[in-house]
Ligand binder design. Structure first.
Ligand SMILES: NC(=O)c1ccc[n+]([C@@H]2O[C@H](COP(=O)([O-])OP(=O)(O)OC[C@H]3O[C@@H](n4cnc5c(N)ncnc54)[C@H](O)[C@@H]3O)[C@@H](O)[C@H]2O)c1
Ligand SMILES: [Zn+2]
Ligand SMILES: [Zn+2]
Length: 361
């Protein structure tokens, strides 16, 4: 079938819109017609070269839509089902999947190319075959999770990455307990989800840190108890320590992707506190910490991939939290755009103008 898609042609270039031919679903595969796709910073990191993934390919990995057709042997979903797409497939059988760590599933991100360009060359979705910057994709059934809900698809799309990553970092990776003190550095799409996760977990103090005042205003609306405007002469570490009798918070989440702010997170947790790395920097970035402080402070440094989520159960669980009013995704959709505005959407992200731009198909 013919579909429109934005093609990632190489770092530093805008993504042109092209007419593509999408193959039919093969054995175990599903044709998903996207209703919406969020714009996540990880795609921006591919576009600007922070993540060295070569083009050409189709980006976008935060999407939800409707199953239009299924290939032979598909049992998980049927045409008409609403699905949220997981950018990490879940095989259910590998070393990690059977241990309840499907975010580390050994199937990996690679997916075979399914789209043919006008010159005959094939391209695929860069992250797990999601290709949410195309109207439709063909993807393995292990990458889709059925949800039954009336939540608008523009909100469901965010569960595909940012919301699961942010809430999951708090609820699954760190397992924040009621009454805990939490700091979140970086209050974009993933960071505001982490703030909501901390509110749901019952944290007594949630300190939002960002360089943009409007991000802090939204963070306060979504559950932060304090806001720290970084970069304006205010040192986030000093500010967080001042709020916690000089000790530091129980948990600090870095949700930007810079070694410098991860160091801040390390320095703002109390002894025995946990620093959680969520933001993805360049692959060669290093975190340098004094080992003596690590030992005498008994600090815990923890990475978090996809919010340590078990998507088959976390996606429906998050939908339930949206339905019950505990998770506000409506506020996180700052702007609804069309596919041909995708490049402008990333400009808006870079300018700090939005929590999330969402493509509505
Ligand atoms: N670990 C994972 O599985 C995973 C999944 C998705 C995204 N990510 C990563 O999470 C990070 C955040 O993604 P996002 O979509 O929320 O990005 P975003 O651009 O929406 O948010 C980043 C926020 O950080 C703020 N910021 C920038 N520099 C700052 C500084 N020095 N101090 C304080 N705040 C600062 C920005 O103003 C913005 O609000 C990215 O690195 C992305 O690649 C990781
Ligand atoms: Zn993402
Ligand atoms: Zn697996």
């Amino acid at each position: 079938m013919k579909v429109k898609g934005a093609i990632f042609v190489g770092q530093g270039s805008e993504m042109p819109l092209e007419d593509l031919e999408l193959t039919d679903p093969g054995v175990g595969e599903v044709l998903v017609h996207y209703g919406a796709s969020g714009l996540c910073h990880s795609d921006l990191s591919v576009l600007n070269g922070t993540l060295p993934i070569p083009g050409p390919s189709i980006l976008g990995h935060e999407g939800a839509g409707t199953v239009e057709a299924v290939g032979p042997g598909v049992e998980k979903v049927k045409p008409g089902d609403t699905v949220v797409v997981s950018f990490i497939p879940v095989c259910g059988q590998c070393f990690h999947c059977v241990r309840g760590q499907s975010q580390l599933c050994e199937v990996g991100f690679f997916a075979p190319p399914k789209f043919t360009r006008s010159d005959g060359a094939m391209v695929g979705g860069a992250l797990g075959g999601c290709a949410t910057f195309a109207e439709c994709t063909v993807i393995h059934e292990r990458s889709v999770v059925k949800v039954e809900t009336d939540v608008p698809v523009e909100q469901l799309a965010l569960i595909g990455c940012g919301v699961t990553t942010g809430t999951g970092a708090v609820l699954n990776t760190a397992k924040v307990e009621p009454g805990s003190t939490v700091a979140v550095i970086g209050c974009g799409g993933v960071g505001t989800a982490a703030i909501q996760g901390a509110r749901i977990a019952g944290a007594s103090m949630i300190v939002a840190v960002d360089t943009v005042q409007s991000k802090l205003d939204m963070a306060m609306k979504l559950g932060a108890t304090h806001g720290v405007l970084a970069g304006g002469g205010q040192d986030p570490v000093t500010a967080v320590k001042a709020l916690t009798q000089g000790r530091g918070v129980d948990y600090a989440f870095e949700v930007i992707g810079h070694a410098a702010t991860l160091t801040q997170a390390y320095n703002m947790v109390r002894r025995r506190g946990m620093v959680v790395a969520v933001g993805v920097p360049a692959f060669d970035a290093l975190l340098e910490v004094p080992i003596g402080d690590l030992i005498f402070g008994e600090k815990i440094i923890q990475g978090s991939l996809y919010g340590s989520a078990q998507v088959s159960w976390d996606f429906p669980r998050l939908v339930g939290l949206v339905e019950s009013g505990q998770l506000d995704l409506n506020a996180m959709v700052s702007s609804t755009i069309s596919l041909n505005e995708v490049n402008d959407g990333f400009r808006a992200m870079q300018a700090g103008e939005v929590i999330r731009s969402v493509i509505s198909y």
